[in-house]
Design a protein around this ligand. Structure first.
Ligand SMILES: N[C@@H](CCC(=O)N[C@@H](CS)C(=O)NCC(=O)O)C(=O)O
Length: 202
């Protein structure tokens, strides 16, 4: 059985959510962020040298990096759900959005969370970069969600699980407040029972 090392308010919600959607059995070990630094505790370092959530352990395999963990779990699913087949026209949209979530979108969003904690004059290189990235990324997301129900197309896939968590971080920083399709999509994802079960871990 898969053991999920879950850090509160973190990307490990993706893994719990996916396991809930697939009705796969799992065990959760909870780790709490340091209240002052928000960093992961030493207990996570004992599981994997990177000490970043999510981490799963399944027999001899210990795996971190949420995108890799999601693919690992999808590979275990005999019914092959939540990832379009290679021959499905939705496959490459699935692939692009799954990678976009961590490869492109996470960096400016996490940077925004930290920048909001500082006094800034709005003229530094990072502020310029953030302005450009935020406009580009969230306009692309908004126009995609204006014309399709889910990121890959007509069907809910694991790409939605990858994207929703970073969109939640973005919403927290006020980055999508003028994006009605993105906000409606976020609400729809958060209403899914499997999401709610995952969110109940904190
Ligand atoms: N790209 C990695 C990011 C992992 C990551 O940064 N996780 C955060 C939680 S969302 C973490 O463990 N932070 C605690 C720390 O860095 O001490 C992934 O998708 O798994």
């Amino acid at each position: 059985m898969i053991t999920v090392h879950h850090l509160n308010q973190s990307r490990s919600k993706r893994v719990l959510w996916l396991l809930e959607e697939l009705h796969m059995p799992y065990k959760v070990v909870e780790h709490q962020r340091d209240a002052a630094t928000r960093l992961a505790p030493e207990s996570l370092k004992a599981i994997h040298p990177l000490a970043k959530a999510p981490i799963i352990v399944d027999g001899d395999i210990t795996l971190c990096e949420s995108g890799a963990v999601v693919e690992y779990i999808l590979n275990q699913d005999e019914q092959k759900r939540l990832r379009p087949e290679l021959t499905d026209p939705e496959y490459y949209a699935y692939l692009e959005w799954s990678h976009f979530a961590e490869g492109s979108l996470a960096m400016p969003i996490i940077a925004a969370l930290f920048m909001n904690m500082e006094e800034r004059d709005g003229k530094q290189a990072m502020d310029m970069y953030m302005k450009k990235e935020a406009m580009l990324d969230f306009s692309y997301i908004e126009s995609t969600l204006a014309e399709r129900e889910y990121f890959a197309g007509k069907n809910f896939t694991a790409a939605d699980i990858m994207m929703t968590i970073v969109l939640e971080f973005a919403n927290y920083s006020g980055l999508i407040k003028e994006k009605p399709h993105t906000l409606a999509y976020l609400e729809k994802m958060q209403a899914r029972p499997a999401y709610q079960k995952a969110a109940s871990y904190g």
